[in-house]
Design a protein around this ligand. Structure first.
Ligand code: F6P
Length: 365
């Protein structure tokens, strides 16, 4: 379809929620209405709403005053895959491909293009929709910052800020009680949140999935601190971190979810091990979904607004099936197929790892 034929677009938010989603929705809707005089539809609860046909027209006024609000006014879901949707027949669960119905539904409502705001799961489905002929544009969301192709995703800065504030608070109580405090942060299979919040808070130990740790090294480090008169230690551990030769700790399995594994529990495991091996008193704190909630930071509000604007602008300039990205300090876009199935991990020679090592932070290796 030629760019001048786009009259109507839809927007959805998929995957786990994240601070800044509303800022993107606002930018998409306002840009579409004011700059291009488009109709904009909001799909409820991500791909789940697309499957169910739940959508509503979004007016300019409806997206006013949401820039600073956490969550998503559209709702989201991180368990619905339109290409493999679980349907119960009798007592058996079968997976069905409902993508053709989804495209038909969009066309019936006169929707020419779909803006998908999400992480790798959302983009994997968006790329499949693109292959089937739907015009799509992706916007990179996730607190984990693990989306391939972009230096940064919106939501990450807010999550790091929340985690850093928590680590700062834990610092004082660790110091008062002469304890080892272990704080578990999110991030799935990447250590971006742990690395950034750990460096920002001056954590003594940072454990990330990209660097499998040895428990003996961690224990030696906190014991040595103790001997030097430092009576407490702060450990920040990414939920996906694992011991050398070991596996990440799984909190839950959600079989019908496109990404069925939910990580969690490593902080408790470490607290038990360190206490047993060193005799030091340990406490574990799991920050959990607090990292996904609340008001986005100014950085995330601005980034999200830029992403939302870019998504509409690119579509109207004739681009399609791309992911809006922020790379080397510039907004840009890359083909969606390049992103599918990939995760952006922390490189072992990342400058922040080098800086942390230089200030004697332990990575357990
Ligand atoms: O991808 C965002 C994220 O918060 C991860 O950091 C975390 O592992 C996962 O989602 C938690 O998912 P749920 O909301 O299903 O518990």
């Amino acid at each position: 379809m030629a760019k001048d034929k786009i009259k109507s677009i839809a927007v959805l938010t998929g995957g786990g929620d994240c601070p800044g989603l509303n800022a993107v929705i606002r930018a998409v809707v306002k840009t579409a209405i004011t700059k291009y005089d488009l109709c904009v539809w909001g799909i409820e609860d991500g791909y789940l709403g697309l499957i169910d046909g739940r959508m509503r027209a979004l007016s300019y006024d409806e997206v006013s005053n949401i820039l600073t609000v956490g969550g998503t006014i559209l709702g989201t879901s991180n368990t619905a895959d339109p290409f493999r949707f679980p349907v119960k027949t009798g007592s058996r669960m079968r997976f069905r491909d409902l993508s053709t119905n989804c495209i038909r539904l969009l066309r019936q409502n006169g929707i020419d293009a779909l803006v998908c705001i999400g992480g790798d799961g959302t983009m994997a489905s968006a790329a499949k929709f693109a292959k089937k002929g739907l015009m799509v544009m992706g916007v990179p969301k996730t607190i984990d910052n693990d989306l391939y192709g972009t230096d940064v995703t919106f939501g990450f800065n807010t999550a790091v800020t929340t985690a850093t504030e928590a680590l700062d608070k834990v610092h004082t109580t660790a110091s008062s009680h002469h304890r080892v405090m272990i704080v578990e942060v999110m991030g799935r299979y990447s250590g971006w949140i742990a690395l950034h919040s750990g460096v920002a808070s001056g954590a003594d130990v940072i454990l990330i999935p990209e660097m499998a740790y040895k428990i003996e090294k961690v224990c030696e480090f906190v014991e040595e601190r103790s001997r030097r008169g430092k009576k407490f230690s702060i450990i920040v551990v990414a939920e996906g971190a694992k011991e050398k030769g070991g596996e990440a700790v799984i909190r839950k399995r959600i079989n019908h979810s496109p990404d069925p594994i939910r990580l969690g529990g490593i902080a408790n495991k470490l607290a038990g091990q360190i206490n047993e091996l060193t005799g030091l008193e340990c406490r574990a704190v799991t920050l959990g979904h607090i990292q996904r909630g609340g008001t986005p930071t100014p950085y995330d509000r601005a980034l999200a607004t830029g992403f939302g604007y870019m998504a509409v602008d690119l579509l109207m300039k004739g681009e399609k099936n791309r992911l809006v990205v922020h790379k080397d300090g510039q907004y840009g876009s890359i083909p969606l197929w390049k992103v599918a199935g990939k995760i952006k991990k922390v490189p072992k020679n990342h400058p922040l790892i080098m800086a942390a090592l230089a200030v004697r932070t332990c990575f357990g290796v």
